[in-house]
Design a protein around this ligand. Structure first.
Ligand code: NAI
Ligand code: MG
Length: 362
């Protein structure tokens, strides 16, 4: 039976790259027997414009029902002054929260042709392929008590609390171990167990889970500050990194720059396994709506295309199809074709459409 995909293109370059990715999806329908039903909805500034809210309840409901969500980007400077809950960005936060999308998977892969585009020397990043699994609905971002309070002496203090339960740690660690089994079989768990109780529990729970259920995966532990240093010193030592919300935010942004361009990097955010064996999943590039280049036809579509490849791999178990996309992109980059954001010399600069046409042809 056909799979259901909800497409939420959003704002800025979101719709520009999504329009092109639709061509890739159609190619898989035509030539690889991909059987999908696609529904599109407005989110972000585009939804505000028409419906007065960044995301409608019906769209959240739709999101619950489909097999996978392909998300573009939200954010429009036009709405920067409105109330926090009414900004375009509230759409993606609402989706994560409502669907309990707790595990954010961010691969940082370096294509051979782009090793010289990294902020590190090519030798440190060539063949780099690491995956950061970040917990996204718990930890210090959401723990209570929180807030800003005034003390008796009139001074004020800001409060956030880091909380992690064993089940929150276990479910994200499981995602990391499962991913490692399909990769090099190594997980590095990152926290600050030297100074934080939540980190101590994190380390205990991850260790017990590995011993009980994943003896075939090797597990190491690293303190978060050391991990930041190691990612820059020798990123190729890592396979899968699993970490909490705050450390994952910092480390995944850091890792993204090792690969050369924000316009290349996809992500998947997974929810809990449901009774029918499926899980909610949202796939999106890590870049935003790029208002500075929107409407010019020059956005790099590769992050969005690779997000679709991740959907094929994680939600539809079509690993071979995902590889077809990745290989086509690799081959095209090897020919020297580049969008303007990729900082390498001596290459042909093309816009969004030409890049996608070349990938499709390949
Ligand atoms: P951004 O990622 O949109 O852009 C940062 C820089 O990278 C810009 O110079 C942009 O032109 C460039 N860039 C990004 N993606 C590119 C691509 N595919 N091809 C070529 N160049 C690309 O981040 P920024 O500027 O901080 O945020 C812009 C808006 O996007 C804001 O409203 C922000 O809140 C929103 N945003 C939304 C996200 C989401 O929907 N998940 C994630 C990050 C930001
Ligand atoms: Mg961030």
């Amino acid at each position: 039976s056909s799979k259901k995909i909800l497409v939420l293109a959003g704002d800025g370059i979101g719709p520009e790259v999504m329009r092109e990715v639709a061509k890739i999806v159609n190619w898989f329908r035509a030539y690889r027997g991909l059987d999908v039903d696609i529904a599109e909805e407005l989110v972000g500034g585009a939804s505000l414009e028409v419906h007065g809210v960044p995301i409608r309840d019906e769209v959240i409901q739709r999101a619950h029902e489909v097999d996978a969500i392909l998300f573009g980007a939200v954010g429009d400077p036009k709405w920067a002054h409105v109330d926090f809950n009414l900004r375009p960005e509230a759409a993606i936060l609402a989706l994560r929260k409502e669907l309990d999308l707790f595990a954010n998977l961010r691969p940082a892969q370096v294509f051979d042709a782009l090793a010289d585009a990294s902020t590190l020397k090519a030798e440190y990043v060539s063949k780099l392929d690491l995956l950061i699994v970040r917990e996204t609905v718990g930890g210090i971002y959401f723990g209570t008590p929180r807030g800003i309070e005034t003390l008796p002496d009139g001074s004020r203090r800001g409060i956030n609390t880091e909380l992690y339960t064993t089940s929150e740690i276990e479910r994200v660690a499981r995602v990391a171990f499962d991913a490692a089994r399909k990769r090099q079989g190594h997980v590095c768990s990152v926290e600050k167990s030297n100074v934080m109780e939540s980190g101590l529990l994190w380390r205990e729970v991850v260790t017990s889970l590995q011993q009980a259920e994943y003896p075939d995966v090797t597990l190491t532990h690293m303190l978060a500050d050391n991990c930041a240093m190691q990612l820059v010193r020798n990123p190729k030592q890592f396979d899968v990194i699993v970490t909490g919300n705050l450390f994952g935010d910092l480390l995944s942004d850091l890792a993204s720059m090792l690969t050369g361009s924000l316009g290349m990097l996809p992500s998947a955010t997974l929810g809990p396994l449901k009774q029918d064996g499926r899980r909610a999943a949202l796939y999106e590039p890590i870049h935003g709506s790029a208002p500075d280049i929107a409407g010019q036809g020059i956005a790099n579509p590769i992050a969005q295309i690779l997000s679709f490849a991740m959907m094929l791999r994680y939600s539809f178990e079509r690993d071979e199809d995902a590889r077809l996309i990745e290989t086509a992109i690799e081959n095209i980059l090897n020919t020297g074709l580049r969008t303007a954001d990729i900082m390498t010399l001596g290459t042909a600069r093309v816009g969004t459409e030409v890049m996608v046409a070349a990938i499709l042809q390949e």
